[in-house]
Every structure is written in structure tokens, then in C-alpha cells.
Design a protein around this ligand. Structure first.
Ligand code: G6P
Length: 608
């Protein structure tokens, strides 16, 4: 989704802003633009397509002079991704330039009002109203103009504001959507993501909804919704800039697949002490957790798939009823939630708009919330009653890999902790499960070690135009994620089906042109899977079996086999997804697709 960056300091702004935009590219966008202030004049350049186009138009920023500026990558919502619709947007007399992340829901009414006053709009965007409102309300007091403008806006918006009459001064505002301030020496920044800042500063301030910030090279001042100055804590980002760079890999996605053993280890090991699971700073006591009558898990995309896995695991270990709901559905479903509901919110970014809305809805109905989040200080992390951070480090590829596997690891940890607190497992089973948690990083590594074989299979099967992923129980949940990975990055049609459900309609689509990936790692259901494999083979489909190491019987059923390391049955989805991530990666590579930034997708979907 859209990314914004702002800079004020002693250096030329445009090259720094372009560098920031490049680091935000992974979020997904279709055009970009930059505006800088020089000698009372705003200079602006915009380009559809990649940041490289913008860099070319501006000679890497050298064509623009000025030490204060704003920049943007746009993911089109209102109006096509053209140069004109790209941000920044200028006010009528060029006094203001604005960048915006989000959607102004009442823009049509505001536009009507401004047009009636004689203002001529240049773009089709919702954002342009903001620039005109700023100019309308500006009477020499920039802060007041920003506040009066923000008060007129409905919807979600993070704004960056540059004013031709205010050299060295920037304003930014947050109302839903991420905004982070970078605290430098003699220079200050804002951005929608820390990855844009870490090459310049690791000292950051996380902004909250309703706040606005004023930046000069020497000072940052944050105000609340009423305009009162508010004290903010400066946090230190713990990871290095290398973590957000490719480090010799062809794609971020491959780098992140390879980082999974370390990421899972970082998520699991610090939470196991003396044979017990310990969540530091965790507000939920054993007494409280026993009072919950049910668990609702909500999320979007891959995080939702992690939630589907967790339903099987928590129900099996804790014997508590779990519902996993898509956030975009839950938010409008008039959900039956009360104080006895534990709401688990899963999100890599912590900024997904639908997930935030579902969370607010459920919390307003009394649910206690537990967030499983990767990005420290993100909106979901701050809204939640309790947080378990996944320690995946920055994830840049749009298609999540280590984000998803660390979510699984955190959910497994929680499930074992919860079962233990409920007395649903005895000491021997607890010890067994904790040993299985410890084993996860090495199992992921062993799955990665089969890389060369997965590559060979992808080369063999990449020509198929339509795939089905089938499985039962936890394998079905893993099939959903395996199928999503493939379609996200290779654009090949793929569907995940509960293996037993296939015959109720979908089998009509099975013929000799289909490849069926049959996940068979839940061995208690192995014979049932064999029946389903035979059903599709009888109709001419080719079958790629995914089975546990040591399973020789599968050769009699499948055309090819991908092996998964054998471990605790309930945790099988984690090692099992690794060959499917690699399979999707190599197929997309064979087909020449844009792996890290697939078409139309965004890393963090901050609009509804
Ligand atoms: C987007 C991404 C997906 C991700 C989903 C939820 O659609 O492309 O990869 O799973 O958002 O993101 P979250 O940050 O909430 O986990």
C-alpha cells in the first residue's frame, strides 16, 4: 500500500527521499512522486510505474534542490495510476504539497464544496481535496491550518504536508494507518515504515491515531487531537539495515525463506525457560484464561491461514471451542462476543485495516484481545490487551514466508501454554510438546535442505495452468497457505480444497490437465487421502504428494513426492509449508514473474 516519507535537515532532500521510497517499494505501489521546497517554491516530479522511473526523471534526485521535502509511493484507489494522479498533490496556488496514505471517505462532498468556491481539480484522487483545504485554511498559522483540515476529513489518512511559506518545516498527521517519526541529529524524518528510516536513524517515535507532528531540522513536536503538546517516548529499532536488504539473494522471498530457522528460533526459544513457557509482560493470568468460554481468531490472508491451523491445534490441546474468522467478514457480522471471549488477532504488519476494524468491533463487545504481531509499536500491538511478538525481523517480499511461520510458532507456544494453564495436558505431554517446539527450527532447516529437489520438481511441473491443493485436518489448513503462495507470485490458478469435499462438485474440474498437490502429513488420515488421490488419478490428474519422511507407500499413489521432516503431528503445518513456499518460488521464477512484488498486491493493506 501507499508509502510516505518526509525529510527536513541540512542535506539535499530529494536523494534521501528517493532512497526512502526505494525501501518502501516492497509495500506494493504503482506510481511515485517527490516534492521539495527551495527558496519559497515547491518543486515536484511524479512518475507512473516504479521508483526507478522517478529516479530517472530526477537524475536520482539531483535535479531537485531543497533541504525539506515529502515523497510518496501510491497504490491507486481513486483514479488510475497516472503521473497526474500520483502524489504529491498541490493546492490551487501551489502553496501546499500533500502526500496521503489511506482513503478520504467524504472527499466527494468536500470536492463539491471546493468546486463551488471556484477551485479547479487537476486529478481524480481523493487526496487533492486536502491540499486545497490546507490553502483555504492557511492564514500564516500552519499548525492551525493542518488541524482545521484534518477536522474536515472522514476515513483513514496519514498525511505529510509541505508549505511553500514555511521553510524547513513539515507536518504529518495520523488517523488510522502507520506513521513513524525518525529522530536524527540536525535532521528529522517521517515515514510509514521504519525500513525507510533505519539507514539514517534507529531512534523512532511511533505516532498514535489523532496525533500530529511538527518537524524542523532541530526539533520534533507532537500534538494530540486538541493541539496540546504531548510527550512521546523515543524507541530504538533493534535490527540493522542489512536485515532489510537482499544480502546476495536474487529475491527477498528466497532470503526470507532461508531466514526461517533463525526467525522461528528467535520466536520460540526466549519463551521457554526451565521446561516452562513464559510470556514476559503478559497480562493474562492463569485465573483469567480459565474464565474464557471460547476463542475467536481473526486475521486476513496468510495470517488467517495461520489462524486456521491454530484452531485445530488449540481445540485439540485445550478442548476449548475456537472460531477462526476472516477479519473482513467478522467486522460486519454482528459477532456474538462477550467478556468470556478471548480474541486472538494475528497480523505480521499490525496495520491491516480490516483486522484492526474487526478487533475494535470485538473489543467494544467486551472481548479480551491477544495480538500476535511482528511489527513492534504497530497499531494492532498498541490496541491489544496482550501481545506476543513474533521475532521474524523485517519482511520485505510481499508474499509472506517467515512472517507466517513465526505466527505459527507463536500460536503453538500459546496453545501449549493455554493447555497447561487449563490442566488439559499432563506434565509428560507438556514436556513432549516443549521438546517439539524446540525442534521446530531444525525441522525447518531440514525442510530447506531439500531445496534442490523442490527446484527440480518445480521445473518439471511449472507449465500447469491450474492446480488443486488438497488435504485433511491440519493438512487442509496448510493447503490453503500453499495454494495462496503459488497464486500470489506465479499467477497460476490454484485452489485449496478439503480433500473429502472435492467430490461434492469441484471434482468436475479435474481432468488430465490438472496437477493436484496432495498433502498427506496427518498420517491418522493417510488412508482417506489415498482414496482422494485415487479419485483424481482416475480422472487423469497428475499428483504431487507431500508426505512425511519415511513414507514409502506414497510412491505407489503419486507421480512425484515432496518430503517433510517428521515431528509432532500437531505442529506439522510449520515444516510442511516450507517445500510449498519453495515450490511456489521456483515455479514463479521459471515463469519469469515478479517474485518480490507481485502485480496488484500490497504487503500491508491499510485500506478496507
Ligand atoms: C496482505 C499481504 C498478505 C498478508 C495479509 C495480512 O494481503 O499481501 O501476505 O497475509 O495482507 O497481512 P498482515 O500484515 O495483517 O499479516
Amino acid at each position: 500500500m501507499c508509502g510516505i516519507v518526509g525529510y527536513t535537515g541540512r542535506l539535499e532532500a530529494a536523494p534521501l527521499l528517493l532512497d526512502g521510497l526505494r525501501r518502501l517499494e516492497y509495500r506494493g505501489y504503482d506510481s511515485a512522486g517527490v516534492a521539495v521546497l527551495d527558496a519559497g517554491r515547491i518543486e515536484m516530479v511524479k512518475a507512473s510505474g516504479s521508483v526507478a522511473n522517478l529516479a530517472e526523471k530526477t537524475a536520482n534526485g539531483a535535479a531537485l534542490t531543497g533541504k525539506c521535502g515529502i515523497a510518496h509511493t501510491r497504490w491507486a484507489t481513486h483514479g488510475a495510476p497516472t503521473d497526474t494522479n500520483a502524489h504529491p498533490h498541490l493546492s490551487e496556488h501551489g502553496l501546499f504539497a500533500v502526500v496521503h496514505n489511506g482513503i478520504i471517505e467524504n472527499f466527494a462532498a468536500l470536492k463539491g464544496e471546493l468546486e463551488a468556491e471556484g477551485i479547479v481539480f487537476r486529478s481524480e484522487t481523493d487526496t487533492e481535496v486536502v491540499a486545497h483545504l490546507l490553502e483555504k485554511y492557511y492564514d500564516g498559522d500552519l499548525k492551525s491550518a493542518v488541524m482545521r483540515t484534518a477536522a474536515r476529513l472522514e476515513g483513514s489518512y496519514v498525511l505529510g504536508v509541505l508549505c511553500a511559506k514555511e521553510p524547513g518545516r513539515l507536518f504529518c498527521v495520523k488517523e488510522a494507518g502507520p506513521l513513524i517519526l525518525g529522530v536524527g541529529v540536525g535532521e528529522n524524518y517521517f515515514a510509514s515504515d521504519v525500513t525507510a528510516l533505519v539507514s539514517r536513524t534507529k531512534n523512532v517515535i511511533y505516532m498514535s491515531d489523532g496525533e500530529l507532528a511538527e518537524l524542523t531540522p532541530e526539533k520534533i513536536t507532537v500534538y494530540d487531537r486538541t493541539g496540546r503538546e504531548t510527550a512521546k517516548e523515543v524507541s530504538h529499532v533493534v535490527w540493522d539495515v542489512e536485515a532489510a536488504e537482499k544480502g546476495g539473494y536474487e529475491h527477498f522471498m528466497m532470503k526470507e525463506i532461508m531466514e526461517q530457522p533463525r526467525a522461528v528460533k528467535n520466536t520460540v526459544e526466549p519463551r521457554i525457560r526451565g521446561g516452562e513457557i513464559v510470556f514476559e509482560d503478559f497480562g493474562l493470568t492463569a485465573e483469567e484464561i480459565r474464565r474464557f468460554s471460547r476463542v475467536v481468531i481473526t486475521a486476513c490472508g496468510s495470517a488467517y491461514h495461520a489462524g486456521v491451523v491454530a484452531k485445530y491445534v488449540i481445540e485439540s490441546l485445550c478442548r476449548v471451542s475456537v472460531e477462526t474468522a476472516l477479519a473482513s467478514e467478522l467486522r460486519y457480522s454482528d459477532p456474538i462476543i462477550d467478556g468470556r471471549t478471548l480474541l486472538i488477532v494475528v497480523s505480521q504488519s499490525g496495520e491491516t485495516a480490516d483486522t484492526i476494524a474487526a478487533m475494535r468491533e470485538c473489543m467494544a463487545r467486551g472481548a479480551r484481545s491477544l495480538a500476535i504481531v511482528n511489527v513492534v509499536g504497530s497499531t494492532i500491538a498498541r490496541l491489544a490487551d496482550n501481545v506476543i511478538y513474533t521475532h521474524a525481523g523485517p519482511e520485505i517480499a510481499v508474499a509472506t514466508t517467515k512472517g507466517y511461520t513465526t505466527q505459527l510458532a507463536a500460536l503453538y507456544l500459546f496453545a501449549v501454554w493455554y493447555a497447561d494453564k487449563l490442566g488439559a495436558i499432563d506434565a509428560a505431554r507438556r514436556a513432549e510438546l516443549i521438546a517439539a517446539l524446540y525442534a521446530l527450527p531444525s525441522m525447518v532447516q531440514r525442510a530447506i535442505d531439500l531445496n534442490v529437489h523442490v527446484k527440480y520438481l518445480a521445473e518439471r511441473w511449472h507449465g500447469h495452468k491450474s492446480l488443486f491443493f488438497i488435504g485433511r485436518n491440519i493438512d487442509y489448513a496448510a493447503a490453503m497457505e500453499g495454494s495462496l503462495k503459488l497464486k500470489e507470485i506465479s499467477y497460476i490458478h490454484s485452489e485449496a480444497y478439503a480433500a473429502g469435499e472435492l467430490k461434492h462438485g469441484t471434482i468436475a474440474l479435474i481432468d488430465e490437465k490438472r496437477l493436484v498437490v496432495a498433502l498427506c502429513c496427518q498420517e491418522q488420515l493417510y488412508d482417506k487421502m489415498v482414496s482422494n488421490i485415487q479419485e483424481v488419478k482416475a480422472r487423469g490428474a497428475k499428483v504431487l504428494g507431500v508426505a512425511l519422511e519415511g513414507n514409502r507407500r506414497i510412491f505407489a499413489e503419486a507421480d512425484d513426492v515432496l518430503y517433510v521432516p517428521r515431528g509432532e503431528r500437531l505442529f506439522a503445518a510449520l515444516p510442511e509449508i516450507v517445500p510449498l513456499q519453495l515450490f511456489a518460488y521456483y515455479i514463479a521464477r521459471e515463469n519469469g514473474c515478479s517474485i518480490d512484488k507481485p502485480r496488484n498486491l500490497a504487503k500491508s493493506v491499510t485500506v478496507e
